[in-house]
Design a protein. Structure first.
Ligand SMILES: [Zn+2]
Length: 102
């Protein structure tokens, strides 16, 4: 499993943004903002490990998601944006458990 830091994640997502002419609509969030957005309580947006992107041409969303997956990221094409996160839900939970035990 690739270990992503907020810095390496941000760098990878920046490259995807540039390639696909995309803008960030949501990145790191406070707990309050995450709740207001209806985010998962364990959302990777809380750890700077998730970003939502919108392409200038929404027809590119699937290609953006495919490129994100090629980099080892998790990408979900939503109705009006692409959510990209560092880890699958299960991998994220295991990683948090490991760090909690450390
Ligand atoms: Zn998101």
């Amino acid at each position: 499993m690739q270990i992503w830091t907020p810095e390496s994640f941000r760098c990878a997502v920046r490259a995807l943004r540039l390639i696909h002419h995309a803008s960030e609509t949501s990145g790191g969030r406070s707990a309050a903002r995450n709740r207001a957005r209806g985010g998962d309580p364990h959302s990777q947006h809380l750890e700077d490990l998730a970003e939502d992107l919108v392409c200038d041409e929404p027809a590119r969303h699937e290609r953006l998601a495919a490129d994100a997956r090629t980099l080892g990221l998790i990408a979900v094409v939503d109705s009006d944006h692409v959510h990209i996160q560092a880890y699958s839900r299960g991998a994220h939970a295991r990683l948090r458990a490991l760090l909690d035990d450390a």
